[in-house]
Structures are given as C-alpha cells and as structure tokens.
Design a binder for this molecule. Structure first.
Ligand code: MTE
Length: 329
C-alpha cells in the first residue's frame, strides 16, 4: 500500500491548532445560537449546538441503563478543578472526523451498535466480544484524571470505566506477549478524515504489558457520569494520563497482543515528532514548541508541566531501565 505522509509542518499545524481560535469562534457562535439557532443549524457553526443536543439525548439513554454514574474511586482524585463538561465534549482531537477541534457534530455519524472488539494475537484463545458483553464483565468506577495533549493544553476529566489490567486479564495473554496494540475502527463511509489522503489508517496505539497492567491505565466508557459521547471516543477509549493524549486511543475495535512493538499512528506520520513512549516530560520539548508549561482549557491558566503529568509515583519505576534510549519522550 502506498502511504503518502504529510510533511512535518502540516502535521504539527493540525495537531497544534490553537484552541483560542476555536474557543473565540465558538463563543461567538454560542452568542448567535441564542438569537438565531434555526439559522445556524445547517451550517458549520451549528455543529456544537446539534452535538450538545445529541449528547443530552445520549445522556438520558445512558442514565436509563443504570450504569452511570458509577462509584468514584477516591484513589484517583485531583488537585485542580474539573474542566467544564461542555468544553471537554466539544473541543476534541479525533482525526477520523477531521483535523481540527470541532468534530463533535461529524462524529455523531459513527454507528455504535453493534460494536464488536476483536482480541487476538498472543492470547490463549482469540475471541470477538460485543461491547455490551464486555461492559457486563467489567466493574465500572469513576476516576478523575489529568488529560494533557502534546499540543501543550490540558484538561481535568472525570472518566468512567475499568482498569485496562482487568481487560488484559480477561483476554488471557500468553507469557510471550510483550506489547498490547489497540486499534480504532476503520469506516470511510462515516469518517470523513479517513477519506482524506495522507494518514495511515487505522489509528493504532500501543503499550508495553507493564504499562497496560499499571493501575493508572484505564479503559473509559463514560465521562462526567454519563455514557461516552461519540466525539470523546465511544464506546470505549484508553486513558493513560501520564502520557500525551495521542496515546489515549478512541473507539477501540481490536486489542492485539504481540512480541513486537507496535508501529503507532503518529510515529508513522511523524517519527521525528511523536514517539512511542510519549511520557509527559517538561524537560523534553516537542521539536517545535516547549512542553515546560501547559494551558488549562477553559480558564487559559498557564501552569508548569509535571513529569509524567504528575503521576511519577505510579509509573516512574516502569522506566528505570533505559538501555540508552530516552524513553521519557
Ligand atoms: N484516537 C483516535 N482514534 N483518533 C484521534 O485522532 N486523537 C488523540 C486521542 N485519541 C485521537 C485519538 C489525541 S491527539 C488526543 S489529545 C485525545 O484523543 C483527545 O481526546 P479528547 O478529544 O477526549 O480530549
């Protein structure tokens, strides 16, 4: 297959779209929505209003399921205020639906039912399980996590879900498995971004087995005490808060165990810009911008970035042997 990689500058411009442009426009459109909702419904600017509406409907359905809200795990709380729900659900990175932040409306085209997840590779028995069956087999809890994008913005998000370790356990990997590879759906009919040239779909991410079974690695199925909205990665996505957000792959359809390190999506797109490890580190700048500080979305507050995004006590031990490679990056 011929893969045309976009040039480095194209990638990072997209990845680094300054949110003030978006928020400024969004605030403007929000003002319009009050006076002219019907007028904007069919145009680009109406997307958020429509998505919010759909979120509300999804939330009502989810509360009927009795699964949300789930009990909070008090071991994972935060020393910063939660990001406003409306911001976290309308300011998104989900390249399958566009290389900008305002994909929440486009993402509503993603069909969620049926949703099957293939578990294969180095496992005792390969299987395909429906999301509903998987959900029934997993204990749900809520955790408040920092969420830090490689673009130097940050949020604080209440995820609902279950430890990735529980899913690994359920999958029964062989002792020869060294990596977990996670894969997003591929559906060019609904995902306009997958019709655009230049990206090596499907989106793939990976962790070592030690990372995947670390207590912090979480599979999120909900957010803000509700079922996961499509734009945030429904029906299930990863949350690995000590790593840059691009590791937290959305809308997972395949979990593969292997001996070999996965070739991840962003590594394939820009190997000099986005590494496999992607651990948050204030001292390792991105090739074109500093990672020393981060900006809280919603308040614009600039705060110092913390090593491992503040989770060093949970994960630093995973990276003590480096065989010469800078695996903090
Ligand atoms: N997963 C898929 N499949 N496609 C993507 O484009 N973007 C990543 C990550 N997971 C992405 C993805 C990036 S760059 C970030 S910062 C987070 O999702 C954003 O998650 P959020 O929109 O819930 O904040």
């Amino acid at each position: 297959m011929l893969i045309k990689n976009p040039k480095g500058w194209q990638i990072s411009e997209n990845l680094a779209t300054p949110e003030r442009h978006y928020l400024g426009r969004r605030a403007f459109m929000g003002g319009m929505a009050v006076t002219g909702a019907a007028l904007i419904a069919g145009c680009d600017g109406g997307g958020d209003a429509v998505a919010q509406d759909e979120n509300t409907q999804a939330a009502a359905a989810a509360s009927d399921s009795g699964l949300y809200p789930a009990p909070r795990n008090e071991a994972f709380t935060l020393d910063r205020a939660l990001t406003d729900e409306e911001i976290a659900t309308t300011y998104n990175n989900f390249y399958e639906f566009g290389s900008h932040k305002r994909i929440s409306r486009n993402a509503q085209a993603l069909p969620l039912s049926p949703w099957d997840i293939v578990i294969d590779g180095l496992v005792e028995e390969e299987m395909t399980i429906s999301f509903d069956d998987l959900l029934r087999a997993m204990p749900l809890e809520e955790r408040l996590y920092r969420h830090r994008c490689v673009e130097a913005w940050a949020m604080a998000v209440p995820w609902t879900g279950f430890p990735l370790a529980a899913l690994v356990n359920f999958a029964r990997p062989l002792s020869s498995a060294r990596y977990v590879q996670l894969e997003t759906f591929e559906n060019r009919e609904v995902a306009s971004g997958q019709r655009a040239p230049g990206y090596p779909w499907p989106y793939i991410e990976g962790l070592t087995m030690a990372e995947a079974t670390n207590d912090l690695a979480f599979i999120a199925t909900g957010i803000y005490g509700r079922e996961m909205p499509k734009q945030n990665g429904a029906p299930l996505r990863l949350a690995v808060p000590w790593k840059y957000g691009f590791k937290s792959i959305k809308s997972i359809v395949r979990i593969n165990f292997s001996e070999n390190r996965p070739h991840t999506f962003w590594e394939n797109v820009g190997p000099r810009e986005y590494g496999f490890w992607a651990n948050v580190n204030p001292e390792v700048p991105h090739r074109r911008w500093s990672q020393a500080t981060e900006r809280m979305i919603g308040t614009d507050e600039q705060v110092p970035t913390q090593l491992f995004n503040g989770y060093a006590e949970h994960v630093a031990h995973l990276y003590e042997t480096t065989n010469g490679e800078n695996i903090y990056y």
